[in-house]
Design a protein around this ligand. Structure first.
Ligand SMILES: Nc1ncnc2c1ncn2[C@@H]1O[C@H](COP(=O)(O)OP(=O)(O)OP(=O)(O)O)[C@@H](O)[C@H]1O
Length: 354
């Protein structure tokens, strides 16, 4: 899409070096990514109370991909999404949506974008499910009659067809969340931001929504940016994960590469003999990643790849530890996050109970 050289207020301005650099960075031959964020920074407050919510973040979201923003409460996920959507103005950095710098033309940049923020969209509870979809299509600038077939398909895929004429207020929480998702997709957006889409859902509803998200993304060819503190959601739905901690990107890779990148074989040993002294002895020779004293029997998780497993069993024997159970632990995204930051993304999390 050709960009016009306009200022933030919409008037013409002269081309400068920045324009030349931007033009060079967008080769004509390949379509620009759905989202490109460069050096984004957002601070709130002043002096001692200042918080850098987003700290020099750069990331690219390719068309048709599902990218997760994973991080604990306060990591900066919502602020990053709000900056990308133009709801919060960043202190520094740029946002391009489908190749358009949002400073150059908000209407054009956000024409194919929609979002569900902080777990829900403000659906109209007195309207029926279908009336909500038609309403949100209309405010996206789409004639609802022209997308009626799409709405039928969405309702069908989200298992809401038999509730189409039910007022939203009469639905369960999980169904309301699905109506929120359908409303976000009602106008035909191609890039969709979902902030904590499973927040507040019970385990079963969260599982259903995750499966449906994945299916919708594939079938509708959507580009989705989904934020969550919950690694199960991110792992189940996303192709790629951007991990955030204190506003900074600490990892950005495919789920597969991140899980495979922890080339640490981790072993969990359970034994009634794992008292403090024994664990302290193990720490001298091994990297101990977790101690679970509340388990029955207590357990310790140790990095022990390759031949180190023999060293570990020797050390346990020498310490007089009778092993009840020993097994290799497959890493998950929480382990990767822990590896990079020393904390787990769900540590401070509330909401979904899965
Ligand atoms: N409007 C605001 N004014 C002041 N501080 C803010 C504001 N919005 C966010 N913050 C702060 O910025 C940091 C990042 O918050 P943000 O909501 O972006 O994180 P998050 O990863 O989305 O966390 P959560 O899952 O809890 O929403 C936090 O320290 C938060 O307190």
């Amino acid at each position: 899409m050709a960009r016009s050289a306009t200022s933030a207020r919409g008037g013409p301005r002269e081309r400068d070096d920045t324009d030349a650099a931007r033009d060079e960075s967008t080769p004509e031959r390949s379509p620009p990514p759905a989202l490109a964020v460069e050096g984004l920074t957002k601070r709130f407050g002043d002096g001692d109370d200042a918080v850098t919510a987003v700290d020099d973040v750069s990331l690219t979201v390719e068309r048709g991909s599902v990218v997760g923003l994973l991080g604990p409460n306060g990591a900066g996920k919502t602020t990053l999404i709000k900056c990308a959507l133009g709801i919060v103005i960043p202190d520094a950095g740029s946002v391009r949506v489908f190749g358009t710098d949002v400073r150059d033309g908000r209407r054009a940049a956000y024409a194919d974008v929609d979002a569900m923020l902080e777990g829900a969209r403000n659906d109209y509870w007195r309207l029926t499910v279908r009336e909500n979809l038609r309403y949100f299509a209309t405010i996206s600038g789409v004639d609802p009659d022209s997308v009626a077939a799409r709405h039928d398909r969405l309702l069908d895929r989200l298992d809401l067809a038999d509730k189409a004429d039910t007022p939203v207020r009469d639905l369960s929480r999980g169904m309301k969340q699905k109506v929120s998702l359908a409303s976000v997709l009602a106008g035909g957006a191609e890039l969709v931001f979902l902030d904590e889409p499973t927040l507040g859902l019970d385990v079963e509803s969260a599982r259903t929504l995750r499966a449906e998200l994945r299916r919708l993304a594939a079938e509708e060819g959507l580009t989705i940016v989904v934020s969550s503190h919950d690694m199960t959601t991110i792992e189940a739905v996303c192709d790629r994960v951007v991990m955030l901690s204190n506003g900074r990107v600490v990892a950005d890779d495919t789920v597969e590469a991140l899980l495979g990148g922890t080339d640490r074989d981790v072993v969990r040993v359970a034994s009634p003999d794992l008292d403090r002294e024994t664990v302290a002895g193990l720490r001298e020779a091994f990297e101990v990643v977790d101690v679970d004293r509340d388990a029955h029997p207590p357990a310790v998780t140790v990095v022990a790849g390759g031949d180190r497993i023999y060293d570990l069993t020797d050390a346990l024997r020498a310490a007089g530890v009778t092993v009840s159970d020993i097994r290799t632990v497959q890493p998950d995204l929480e382990d990767v996050f822990l590896d990079r930051t020393g904390t787990v993304p769900s540590a401070a999390a509330g909401g979904e109970s899965s």
